[in-house]
Design a protein around this ligand. Structure first.
Ligand code: IMP
Ligand code: MG
Length: 170
């Protein structure tokens, strides 16, 4: 077992996610939402966040690949697309972490071409120090330092997604 240090514990995660849900409810009032979960890293965050949002909403999933091991390959590929059209919808894209920003930049460009009524970005973690692309999230749950983090959906070579907290490898 690798040595994993806790960075954000389960209670901190859950209470901050409830706050984000309140912000979203407040911004969208009674509008219907389309929530896009970016697989696989955002599954836990999306599942918890959407349970705390009272708006009527639809859940969609897409999958991209960009990482090999612990470094961004810079090579982003859409592996699985949405099931339905997002035209005229109020869309929130849910990310696990923004690092260089390449993934998000690519996704945002592609999704905007589909003419949603609005598109916002919500990320659990933001590693601002590593940013290469000029892109920001509308909702950020936590800023994190430049460490490789795992847990609560985030992996290293597909492991540790099921940790209930965010940790980092020593
Ligand atoms: P970006 O394109 O460099 O912004 O990378 C975003 C993607 O890289 C995220 O959706 C994650 O899948 C992955 N990633 C970036 N940093 C980490 C990390 O510290 N731990 C686990 N995955 C990461
Ligand atoms: Mg990943």
């Amino acid at each position: 077992m690798d040595n994993i240090k806790v960075l954000i514990n389960e209670n901190e995660l859950q209470s901050r996610i409830k706050e984000i849900a309140r912000l979203i409810e407040n911004d969208y009032k009674d509008k219907e939402l389309t929530i896009i979960c970016v697989l696989k890293g955002s599954v836990y965050f999306t599942a918890d966040l959407t349970k705390y949002i009272n708006n009527k909403l639809e859940l969609e999933f897409l999958r991209v690949s960009s990482y090999v091991g612990t470094s961004s390959s810079g090579n982003i590929e859409l592996k699985q697309d949405l099931d339905s059209s997002i035209e005229n919808k109020d869309v929130i894209l849910i990310e696990d972490i923004i690092d260089t920003g390449r993934t998000l930049y690519y996704l945002k460009e592609r999704l905007l071409k589909r003419k949603p009524n609005s598109l916002k970005i919500c990320t659990l973690l933001d590693k601002k120090e590593k940013r290469v692309m000029d892109i920001e999230a509308d909702y950020v749950a936590f800023d994190v330092p430049d460490k490789f983090v795992v847990g609560y959906g985030l992996d290293i070579d597909e492991k540790y997604r099921n940790l209930p907290y965010i940790g980092y490898l020593e």
